[in-house]
Design a protein around this ligand. Structure first.
Ligand SMILES: Nc1nc2c(ncn2[C@@H]2O[C@H](COP(=O)(O)OP(=O)(O)OP(=O)(O)O)[C@@H](O)[C@H]2O)c(=O)[nH]1
Ligand SMILES: [Mg+2]
Length: 388
């Protein structure tokens, strides 16, 4: 499973609380900075209707799960220690922990909305929260790119090989493929001769990477501590910001784990296991999240995948009539791929040999043969026919 989302932000913003709520993992949470001293890694999910309904057989997922026709596709979540100004130069917890999110596809930037509310200018303070962290990330990514550049560029320029390929090897840790690198270089009009790159070019590469490839998604946390009109004011900002209450979401998650409620979605209808005090707290939380002014974390994950990163889900299978793998497992895999991906891209994701040996593919729903370069659609079930 390679799809990863990082939780970043200043200390005490509520990253670990949100992490715990979306991964159902208990981690250390406390009201002082630098509570988290090493990354927490967990699994969350995006939820889709499973094509098992169409074939009328229960699926056997290799990863994640499926219940009531809802497929839970795993997403790795990494909660990193709080970032402070100068982190990219090693201050605070430094950049050592950022290493665990270098290959993340998206970063959720958590900030404390109550802090911003206390300042004179709410909008300005939020914009600064976002830009401070983004600046640190850009500096840190630029330094990864620039590492040992001179030697690399000299050699690369002397070889007769695509610049994108050379760069994808050099900065492979950032999780970028050649298409991504091509997109970034075109958008920034970056020199094709690598020895001409300057500090501005490294910065520009990192900046474009964070705006076009790896999304930074701002989440305004602690919405429960801020008046509703301030939460609504977030809509007037230039960037899209999702207001949440990680504290309430964690309470919901824990209530679910302990059987006090049976669904994360209202109405909660607390069970007889809940004490009157717990039921009252859950009713209050339900009222708050039903008001429509806050976002729910699982919806944010769904939006990141679908609307921000524009990923689709495709199901590779071995047999186009039974929708199984060689061992007879129904719809064993659900892959998140970029919109516009082709059977060839999918084949390479399954295995390099399968990609190299690809002959053709079959759209299992229509039973039509499709070419290597045919764009795939969300929910497609695809048989890959390969020499290997
Ligand atoms: N009221 C309220 N408190 C919250 C919320 N989210 C987190 N907190 C509290 O804020 C404090 C910090 O939360 P953490 O989750 O430990 O914050 P963090 O960002 O992981 O902090 P570091 O690990 O130090 O970087 C704790 O006391 C939490 O209970 C929220 O949505 N509402
Ligand atoms: Mg933490």
């Amino acid at each position: 499973m390679s799809f990863k989302i990082g939780l970043i932000g200043k200390p005490n913003a509520g990253k670990s609380t949100l992490f715990s709520a979306i991964t159902a993992t208990e981690v250390e949470i406390a009201n002082y900075p630098f509570t988290t001293v090493a990354p927490n890694i967990g699994t969350s999910f995006i939820i889709r209707r499973c094509p098992e309904e169409i074939i009328g057989k229960k699926c056997n997922p290799n990863h994640g799960s499926c219940s009531n026709g809802n497929r839970y596709i795993p997403v790795q979540i990494v909660d990193v220690p709080g970032l402070i100004e100068g982190a990219s130069e090693g201050k605070g917890m430094g950049n050592q922990f950022l290493q665990s999110i270098t290959d993340a596809s998206a970063l959720i930037l958590v900030f404390d909305m109550e802090d911003a509310f206390k300042s004179n200018d709410f909008a300005l303070s939020i914009n600064k929260e976002i830009s401070d962290i983004k600046d640190e990330l850009i500096k840190w990514a630029s330094s990864i790119i620039a590492r040992d550049w001179e030697r690399f560029a000299k050699k690369a320029d002397s070889l007769n090989e695509k610049v994108e390929r050379q760069l994808s090897r050099k900065i492979g840790s950032l999780g970028l493929d050649e298409k991504h690198i091509h997109e970034i270089m075109s958008a920034g009009s970056l020199p094709l001769k690598l020895s001409l790159w300057s500090d501005d070019d490294f910065r520009s590469f990192a900046d474009i990477m964070f705006s076009r490839i790896k999304a930074i998604v701002p989440v305004a946390n602690k919405a429960d501590l801020v008046p509703p009109e301030k939460i609504s004011a977030l809509q007037q900002l230039d960037v899209r910001v999702f207001p949440v209450s990680a504290e309430y979401e964690l309470a919901i998650q824990r209530a679910l784990t302990h059987g006090l409620i049976s669904s994360r979605l209202p109405p909660f209808k607390p069970t007889e296991k809940a004490t009157p005090k717990q039921a009252e707290a859950l009713n209050h939380i339900e009222e708050f999240i039903s008001s429509g002014i806050v976002a729910r974390p699982f919806d944010i994950l769904g939006d990141i995948v679908e609307k921000i990163l524009k990923l689709i889900v495709v199901y590779p299978v071995y047999d186009d009539s039974t929708w199984t793998d060689k061992a007879g497992n129904v719809l064993p895999d659900a892959f998140l791929v970029r919109e516009g991906s082709t059977p060839l891209d999918l084949a390479y994701m399954v295995h390099t040999d399968i990609g190299e040996g690809l002959i053709r593919a079959v759209d299992c729903k229509s039973k039509m043969i499709i070419g290597k370069d045919h764009p795939l659609k969300d929910g497609d079930v695809i048989r890959i026919i390969s020499k290997s």
